[in-house]
Ligand binder design. Structure first.
Ligand SMILES: [Zn+2]
Length: 219
């Protein structure tokens, strides 16, 4: 008689323990899933903005070209494995700290800061420089810079990777693999007009986006 009472209780306790353990496993797994990112997150930073014009020529300001490129990149933002986050999509003036905060808040995998410059010395209308820190510990940034450079070259655009002795403040502060793209445009009014027309900007943005896709595939 006693036995028949004890056994169901034991069964109940065992059942409760199993239930408890499985709940803990399920709960911890679901909270783990929330933390794990499935997308490769890239912060795209259009350099300067607002009252900060960047470099200027008689015909255009750097901040406007940087913004055009990033806006064009936004229209290409279709890859389900990649999440692009933009520091600015308009004329906002954002501080370096605010930009760095966005990198941290979004748990970014990569920061790409886009800048442009005007030069009278270029033998071709335009080229790219990809700048990374010279710091030898920054292995990922260098790897990503090379992948990006290869993709840009595939679009028949001239580019090379350069190492910075002292990286920009944003690159220093970001705490994640970081690159700076500097589009260089030959400084004649005709060259600037040609290189900032929508067709050229589309090609530039496409080359950068295919580079981001190649980096995501390889990371
Ligand atoms: Zn700049």
């Amino acid at each position: 008689m006693n036995k028949s009472i004890v056994i169901p209780q034991m069964k109940n306790i065992r059942y409760l323990i199993i239930l408890l353990v499985s709940s803990v496993i399920v709960l911890s797994f679901s909270s783990y899933k929330k933390v794990v990112k499935t997308k490769f997150t890239v912060i795209l930073d259009a350099g300067h903005g607002g009252n900060d014009f960047g470099s200027k020529s008689d015909w255009i300001s750097e901040k406007d070209i940087n913004l055009k490129i990033v806006q064009e990149l936004r229209s290409l933002d279709k890859n389900p494995n990649i999440q692009l986050v933009y520091t600015r999509l308009n004329e906002q003036d954002i501080s370096i700290s605010e930009r760095a905060e966005m990198v941290a808040m979004n748990h970014a995998d990569l920061l790409i800061s886009i800048h442009s410059n005007f030069s009278e010395q270029l033998s071709i209308p335009q080229d790219f420089k990809i700048l990374v820190s010279k710091d030898s510990s920054d292995v990922k940034s260098k790897k990503y810079a090379n992948i990006l450079a290869e993709s840009i070259k595939k679009m028949s655009l001239q580019t090379k990777v350069n190492f910075m002795e002292s990286p920009t403040l944003l690159l220093k502060k970001s705490g994640v693999p970081s690159l700076m793209i500097e589009l260089r445009i030959r400084e004649t009014e005709a060259d600037i007009k040609t290189q900032t027309n929508s067709k050229a900007i589309k090609k530039i943005a496409k080359s950068i986006y295919s580079g981001i896709e190649a980096i995501q595939n390889d990371h």
